[in-house]
Write a protein that binds this ligand. Structure first.
Ligand SMILES: [Zn+2]
Length: 86
């Protein structure tokens, strides 16, 4: 389930996230240990999850979590997709 829009979908559609020292880290290959959360690789879902404080809840951490790395990655991805569509 995506922690942003809360739509159930197959895992391959979602980006796995883990927390490393209070930083949200994307784990696209699913190789990092620890509790994971899944979100659509989409800025809209990310922002929804942030607004709902879904990340700390998903990881059962008091938060706040540093989401800068994840945000930058999703923003970069969105830019690339726009380029592809041109
Ligand atoms: Zn979503």
């Amino acid at each position: 389930m995506c922690v942003g829009c809360r739509v159930r979908t197959v895992k391959s559609d979602l980006l796995r996230l883990v927390v490393v020292e209070d930083v949200l880290v994307p784990d696209p290959r699913g190789r990092l240990p620890g509790r994971g959360a899944h979100v659509h690789p989409d800025l809209a879902c990310f922002e929804l999850a942030e607004r709902r404080r879904a990340f700390p809840r998903a990881f059962r951490l008091p938060g706040p979590l540093d989401s800068g790395v994840l945000r930058a990655r999703l923003a970069e991805q969105a830019r690339q997709q726009q380029d592809d569509q041109r």
